[in-house]
Design a protein. Structure first.
Length: 192
């Protein structure tokens, strides 16, 4: 007994005539969508946190939030058209993470601000892939840990070995899971 024949899909043929579909096209479209959403979130959160930092007299953080928010807003139309998505993603993530490190190092920032560091491995791997994303993650997680240790190692609550291990452990787990996911996805050729 033979399986039933499938009818040809005219839409599939029409879309693939003269052009082979590739995983890269789908991954790039996904990365573009993620980056545009991230830019919009950066603009909204940047404005919100700029106000909060102004009220907290943390003018360095406020300036960083405003600058990053404006840069993100200006980058949205560029990202929608660029053929150099990975380059722009790299530039954005380096500036975003550098701004984050600046804010983390200000005396007025609370230990809870370090929760934002946990976004670094996820965003880096999603937008830059395994190798470049892993490199960006390693540099900025090490920098964040150094800032955390410098700022809070003398504190009985946030500087004790358990607190330091919790922060480092969660960050390393997210880094590891992001790396394994991106490795598996790229080996399987599955769209991310």
């Amino acid at each position: 007994m033979q399986p039933p024949r499938q009818r040809p899909n005219p839409e599939r043929k029409a879309s693939s005539v003269g052009k082979e579909a590739s995983t890269f096209d789908d991954v790039e479209a996904l990365r573009r969508s993620i980056l545009v959403a991230l830019l919009i979130f950066t603009t909204v959160f940047g404005a919100s946190f700029a106000v909060l930092n102004y009220l907290n007299a943390n003018y360095t953080a406020m300036a960083g939030e405003i600058a990053m928010g404006l840069f993100a807003l200006c980058l949205v139309p560029v990202i929608r058209r660029t053929a150099h998505l990975v380059r722009w993603s790299f530039v954005y993530l380096v500036l975003f993470n550098t701004t984050m490190m600046l804010i983390l190092s200000t005396p007025q920032s609370a230990p809870s601000v370090f929760a934002w560091v946990l976004l670094i491995p996820i965003l880096s791997h999603m937008l830059l892939g395994r190798a470049l994303g892993g490199g960006v993650t390693a540099v900025f997680l090490a920098t964040a840990f150094a800032i955390y240790y410098t700022r809070f190692s003398d504190s009985a609550v946030t500087g004790n070995p358990r607190a330091l291990l919790n922060v480092a452990g969660v960050a390393l787990c997210i880094f590891g899971f992001s790396f394994v996911y991106e490795t598996s996805r790229s080996r399987a050729g599955v769209e991310a």
